[in-house]
Design a protein around this ligand. Structure first.
Ligand SMILES: [Fe+2]
Length: 369
């Protein structure tokens, strides 16, 4: 059976999917510069924790470029990396590390940190020191509780379906995020865990014929809430947002359901499911529903594909959005204590599917089951 993406011309497949990132390097090789640092894997399939690494030491090291490039490879292979006790990591250095992980791993030169579309909204949360930063997104559970209290008719009549929390950052942009870096400045004694699921492994759990079919598909990732919020607030959405291509207020790009990770060269399910995915293109509505429910079923019924972070104060996580989805756990209303996080995101490349790329298991020689 011919590959679904063969016979395309000008770097685009027959199905309208880019087949490469012309300005990105070939997949990167790990050089070994991090071998002296203690770590443990979160699970065989996804996640790694470096319990003693200080990100500031990495930034200040004489060979920081080599170290950061190797971190980009590890993050992209393992999906997500955890750090603890980053008490000395300020906002400027958090932004710098996230930006350099993207830059040194071959992000197109014109791209940088994402700018949140509705940064001008007066309701946006401020940083713990009272300032704001257009490259930093703030999460705050106490503020969230107050917002919910003011929303009429929010009383739940049945348990929520938490599967709706799964997403990949900034997929509403033409050029979405490659790396996101979240630090938890405050955390309650328990609750608010974040989960990451491997899109590489979800791809590997599918039959070859079904994978080939999904490789022909794109999905619309529409997020009209930003335009409506800006219109209601009487301000313009921010432009550009980390890439000259992320401009305007449409927020409805189409992305491939399967994409190649530019750092590893491995295939992952990408726009097959998630909060920002609104429609699988060019299929009937019921088929759209069936495909997205199937991908979600694989996520929710294969917990060996998931890494879970129990946050501690000043812990941080950095992940590659092109190969993992993540989900917050909305249970912090059940405990005393605030959960305050600050996140920076790098903008990567226009998602592509290289027809010659392999799955993670194929590349590593791991048997399919
Ligand atoms: Fe997110």
């Amino acid at each position: 059976m011919p590959s679904a993406t063969e016979n395309g011309a000008n770097g685009v497949s027959n199905h309208g999917i880019p087949t490469s990132c012309p300005s990105c390097p070939s997949p990167l090789k790990y050089s070994g510069s991090l071998d002296h640092l203690p770590y443990f894997e979160i699970s065989p399939i996804i996640g790694r924790e470096y319990p003693t690494v200080k990100v500031t030491d990495i930034l200040n090291a004489p060979n920081s470029e080599e170290l950061i490039r190797d971190f980009a490879v590890v993050i992209s292979e393992r999906g997500v990396v955890f750090f603890r006790d980053q008490d000395d990591l300020n906002i400027a250095d958090q932004k710098k590390f996230c930006d350099l992980v993207g830059k040194f791993s071959g992000r197109p030169a014109e791209n940088g940190l994402h700018v949140h579309p509705i940064y001008r909204d007066p309701g946006n949360l401020k940083l713990p020191d009272g300032s704001t930063d257009e490259n930093i997104y703030v999460i705050n559970s106490e503020a969230q509780k107050k917002i919910y209290k003011t929303m009429a008719g929010r009383a739940a009549t049945e348990p929520r379906d938490l599967s709706r929390e799964w997403h990949s950052d900034s997929t509403f942009e033409t050029v979405p995020s490659d790396f996101s870096f979240l630090k938890m400045e405050e955390t309650p004694p328990h609750g608010g865990d974040t989960l990451w699921c491997s899109g590489y492994e979800i791809y590997d759990r599918m039959s070859p014929s079904f994978r080939s079919y999904l490789e022909t598909l794109t999905a619309t990732c529409a997020q009209p809430v930003f335009r409506s919020a800006a219109q209601a607030g009487g301000y313009e959405v921010m432009s550009p947002r980390g890439s000259p291509l992320n401009v305007g207020d449409e927020f409805a790009p189409s992305h491939p359901v399967v994409r190649t990770n530019r750092v590893t060269g491995w295939k992952a399910i990408f726009a097959g499911v998630g909060l920002h995915v609104t429609k699988i293109n060019d299929v009937y509505n019921y088929e759209d529903q069936v495909i997205r429910e199937y991908v979600m079923r694989l996520i929710t019924r294969n917990h060996d594909c998931i890494a879970r972070m129990k946050w501690t104060r000043n812990a941080a996580a950095i992940w590659n959005n092109s190969c993992v989805w993540h989900a917050a756990t909305p249970d912090t209303h059940l405990v005393e204590g605030n959960r305050v996080g600050v996140r920076a995101s790098s903008i990567g490349e226009v998602p592509y599917l290289d027809p010659n790329s392999k799955s993670r298991r194929e590349a590593l020689g791991i048997p399919p089951f």
